[in-house]
Design a protein around this ligand. Structure first.
Ligand code: ACO
Length: 376
């Protein structure tokens, strides 16, 4: 349909290029995700999260000296304003869901920002999530440990114990793999806010709200629930068929951009396999593989030729479960990784300094005349 300007309407902005970015590129046909020049498979399992944050922001990996300084700068920003803690306590008393608590807490960051709000936010995300997680369980928060790296400190603040190296590596692989992904909904939301010359905290609050939805970052919990519901491989077909018959979507499958397997799924599958092989819960991993295989077969039957493939959320669920995280931490942990990309995009958009303002096509009534209320 043509609009008044001759521009055409693209539902869901599908196929519309809304920005030029050097932060990440997604080729949905070839199944390639590039993070600032590096294929996701090349870099995710090899670097620390601090290096990814630096890379997305500066377009190059830090050298040893730069990395040490950056680690210290991030670790030094883990303190939360007192009012943020008070808010989290009030939210926990009301059992507010994690993503809502994260959104509200991020908003309070404005109370105490340094001259680098992007770094403040990246540093504070895991602290907010971990503090809130403990408060929800009537446990006192654990103070951050500045000697620990970003990912290790997150696990430490969640569980109160220094994590093993394998767990830290698995978490970093995950955080790195999801750190950015082209013009996804939450990143777009953040860029739209910053493009009005609004502030970074407002943009990141919007991004958290967008990530929460089940069509974006809210899928991994439900994806794992389905694996548990299936319980053993022979039930997979019946359970999944019934879901499709009822018109439900299978969580962890399908993607707006990818028409082949999401490359992040492979990265996370390998990390999950490694983690499960070492922590002994191999049965669940094997069951998930069976569920995936059956789901892909049934989805091809359900939407022939649509190529509905495994997305990042399926193996996210498995990996985070292997790390001992409960399902309600899955989406907040996604946010802990993605805030690296959001903040880098905000800085890029700010430099671009171009208002994002698409058009709409009016499809309502025309030529109406006003009448008195008693005559309507
Ligand atoms: N299960 C069953 N059917 C599906 C699924 C699925 N997982 N995904 C798509 N379909 C169906 C759609 O209902 C649609 O059918 P219709 O034409 O009868 O309406 C058809 O396949 C084509 O859908 P697409 O156009 O490919 O999907 P779209 O781009 O609109 O949505 C999305 C992509 C939202 C990810 C979708 O595949 C979905 O809902 N998946 C399940 C939720 C999920 O895993 N979300 C995480 C996404 S990854 C991320 O954000 C990090």
């Amino acid at each position: 349909m043509g609009g008044s300007s001759g521009a055409s309407f693209a539902p869901g902005l599908e196929g519309v290029v809304a920005a030029e970015t050097r932060i990440s590129g997604v080729d949905g046909e070839a199944g390639v995700l590039t993070l600032a020049g590096f294929p996701v498979e090349e870099i995710s399992g090899r670097v620390t999260f601090e290096e990814i944050v630096y890379l997305l922001r500066h377009d190059e990996l830090p050298d040893a000296g730069e990395l040490a300084a950056f680690r210290t700068a991030l670790a030094g920003r883990r303190g939360l304003p007192g009012a943020t803690l008070e808010l989290l306590r009030a939210a926990a008393a009301r059992k507010v869901p994690e993503m809502d608590a994260l959104r509200m807490a991020v908003d309070t960051s404005s109370l105490d920002l340094s001259d680098d709000p992007a770094l403040d936010l990246v540093a504070r995300f895991p602290v907010i999530v971990a503090v809130y997680h403990r408060l929800l369980r009537d446990e006192e928060p654990v103070a951050p440990d500045p000697s620990l790296g970003h990912a290790a400190n997150y696990l430490y603040m969640l569980g109160g114990e220094r994590p093993g190296e394998g767990s830290v590596r698995a978490l970093e692989t995950y955080l790195n793999a999801v750190s950015d992904h082209g013009m996804n909904a939450s990143t777009f939301a953040a860029r739209v806010v910053v493009a009005t010359r609004s502030d970074l905290v407002s943009a990141i609050v919007g991004a958290v709200g967008a990530l929460k939805g089940p069509l974006h970052g809210g899928a991994p919990g439900p994806a794992l629930d389905v694996v548990f519901e299936i319980g053993s491989a022979e039930n997979a077909e019946a359970v999944l068929r019934e879901k499709l018959r009822r018109g439900e979507r299978l969580m962890g499958f399908g993607h707006r951009i990818y028409r082949v397997r999401d490359p992040r799924a492979d990265v996370l599958a390998a990390a999950a396999e490694h983690l499960f092989a070492t922590n002994g819960d191999k049965e669940l991993y094997d069951l998930a593989l069976q569920v995936e295989k059956t789901a892909l077969r049934l989805l091809e039957e359900h939407r022939p030729g649509r190529n509905l493939q495994t997305n990042v959320e399926f193996y996210t669920a498995l990996l985070l479960h292997g790390l001992g995280l409960p399902t309600d931490l899955f989406t907040p942990t996604f946010a802990v990784g993605r805030v690296a990309g959001w903040t880098a995009h905000c800085l890029e958009q700010r430099a671009e300094d171009r208002l994002i303002r698409p058009q709409s096509e009016y499809v309502g009534a025309t030529g109406r005349s006003w009448t008195l209320p008693e005559e309507r």
